[in-house]
Ligand binder design. Structure first.
Ligand SMILES: [Zn+2]
Length: 260
């Protein structure tokens, strides 16, 4: 939401959205110091929940050093040092979105250190997987890094940005899989519904991209329309857009949204 206007909160509320979770990620520019991240984390934990509340939406967030800015090890470690104080904030659900951007050695080092941080603080984990040709390889490297840690229950990890060629490996290993929807690139509404029809609806859910590029929170309600068009009953949309997120996020005691 750091990149979005209140119009989006308005439209989400009108579409029936009751809660959102915002990953810590790139903020539209590379930050030059850990202090820049500190201020960003304060925005995510202080101001943004208040802005969402004006539209009746609960705002939750994740805190981490994102993979896109993790190439500078010294900076990344300075940021990792300030993460624990934010993990105690009321609206923080865990560590994320950590992962890989270009599958570099430094990104992997920082990923491993943040997996260890999440284990130490018993946090849920949200994982970003790289786009395009590096996705399959990056997803494999990430899954292996989580397993190597040895202390992480895969049922407490959501691996996001799955597509046709990665969803199977994520689900087979016991992780939750997220499909981040975009209007016409990466995972679209049509492809997400194809994936649901192929892989079922256990440990799988949809969310909308809302970032600095072409993206739209309405891709989630549009998934409901596409499911209906293909003859599915309303329970399926309810499961992949509400009940599954509730089950996963409800593992964090701070997540207050419950079944209606
Ligand atoms: Zn992401």
């Amino acid at each position: 939401m750091v990149s979005r206007t209140t119009d989006d909160y308005q439209r989400m509320a009108e579409a029936g959205c009751v809660a959102i979770t915002e990953p810590a990620f790139w903020a539209g520019y590379d930050r030059s110091s850990a202090q820049g991240f500190y201020d960003y984390f304060r925005l995510l934990t202080g101001f943004e929940p208040k802005r969402a509340a004006q539209y009746g939406i609960e705002h939750y967030t994740w805190i981490c050093m994102n993979p896109k800015e993790a190439e500078d090890l010294a900076l990344a470690r300075d940021v990792i040092e300030i993460i624990p104080e934010f993990l105690d904030e009321d609206n923080v659900l865990g560590v994320g979105e950590i992962g890989l951007n270009k599958n570099t050695r430094n990104e992997l080092t920082i990923l491993e250190e943040q997996i260890a941080l999440a284990a130490e603080h018993e946090q849920l984990i949200l994982v970003h997987t790289p786009h395009l040709e590096d996705k399959r390889k990056g997803t494999r490297i990430t899954i292996d890094a989580i397993k190597r840690n040895g202390k992480i229950d895969p049922g407490r990890v959501l691996i996001d940005h799955v597509e046709e060629h990665t969803v199977g490996m994520v689900l087979d290993e016991g992780f939750w899989a997220g499909m981040t929807l975009y209007p016409n690139s990466k995972c679209t509404v049509q492809r997400a519904v194809d994936i649901i029809e192929t892989y079922g609806n256990e440990r799988l859910w949809v969310n909308s991209a809302g970032d600095w590029g072409h993206s739209d929170p309405m891709t989630v309600p549009r998934t409901g329309i596409e499911l209906k068009r293909r003859g599915h009953g309303p329970e399926l949309f309810d499961k992949i857009s509400f009940r599954n997120p509730l089950t996963f996020l409800g593992q964090c005691a701070k997540f207050k949204v419950r079944d209606a």
